[in-house]
Ligand binder design. Sequence first.
Ligand SMILES: NC(=O)c1ccc[n+]([C@@H]2O[C@H](COP(=O)([O-])OP(=O)(O)OC[C@H]3O[C@@H](n4cnc5c(N)ncnc54)[C@H](OP(=O)(O)O)[C@@H]3O)[C@@H](O)[C@H]2O)c1
Length: 333
Amino acid sequence: MVSGPEQMHAAYVESLGGTDAIRYGMLPVPRCGPGDVLLQVEAVAVDNVDTFVRSGRFPTALTFPFVIGRDVVGTVVGRGAEVTTPNVGDRVWCNSLGHDGRQGPTSEYTTAPADRVYSLPAGVDPVVAVAVAHPAATAHLALYTHAGLRAVETVFVAGGAGHVGSALTVMAARSGARVLVSARADDDEWCRSSGAAEVLDYTAPDLAGRLRSAASDGIDVLVDTSGRLDLATTLNLLATRGRIVVMAGMDRQLECRAGDLYPRDRSLIGFAISNATSDELAEAAQHVTTLLADGVLRPRNVEELPLSAAGEAHRRLEAGDARGIRLVLRPEH
Ligand SMILES: NC(=O)c1ccc[n+]([C@@H]2O[C@H](COP(=O)([O-])OP(=O)(O)OC[C@H]3O[C@@H](n4cnc5c(N)ncnc54)[C@H](OP(=O)(O)O)[C@@H]3O)[C@@H](O)[C@H]2O)c1
């Protein structure tokens, strides 16, 4: 273990609550458990799920003071006794801190289990990597782990211009699928540059009718990132054995006629990345890392803020005041 400072700046909460609960101050630098690495933090993303964990909307095991956040890029500066890889000095990323008993990384240093960190490819900007890590890993899990996407299939992404929607479009299109997305008309160019074959304006009338024309053989995989899914209407747009992946819109009531579901072998799949195993996350990370190294995955807009602006960042996300922007926090060292 390399000796370093005893104290660090951190954004944390003493109990679950609103954004006013977020404190920025000094905490002890965490110590590695036997299977952990200690990272000097370079960049931390601010995700919707961070606000759910902080507020208690997503119940998970936490200890207080709880350092907020989930995704990080950093440099390994220490290792637990059982860790053989990565090495001190390696730059890595992790997208599964801040829940299930693990502290978050919105601080100058953080520990992470060694099997949950992945190499940052040479030449990849840490801000780009941290900005796409969560949406892209989510997209991988949705398409491959849960929906079992095959190359010849037709995919519909509801919310194709968003962070997860863009990653879904890139991945599905590169897998050989035909990708249809819904987005505002002024997001058409961005969605096509991600690989969408058709962009349907969700603000214009009769989206269902336009989708039926665009996918005359039916949709094989529908991923809803908008949280506005109208299940009863959408179900009838699916092909036989079509799958709908529900991953957003916690308070939405979903209703459908059973006869539109089972007689066509259709299925409804819900998932949350927080439940992914470390093996599933590692598989997703391998895919994400390849796409990062190829320069294919990119955030649309990033706004960098200091760690001390964590409270402001949570407020903006909750107010819907960061449309199309990934907020990334950086320590000032
Ligand atoms: N289950 C999981 O594991 C998991 C993981 C990551 C994220 N999530 C959730 O997934 C959702 C998306 O995350 P994100 O980071 O991609 O957010 P985002 O960037 O805000 O994307 C949401 C997209 O939905 C679009 N949208 C809004 N209303 C729509 C409608 N009626 N029809 C079609 N599209 C519509 C938005 O478009 P406009 O910009 O035009 O409004 C935006 O592009 C969030 O709810 C997040 O909490 C879940």
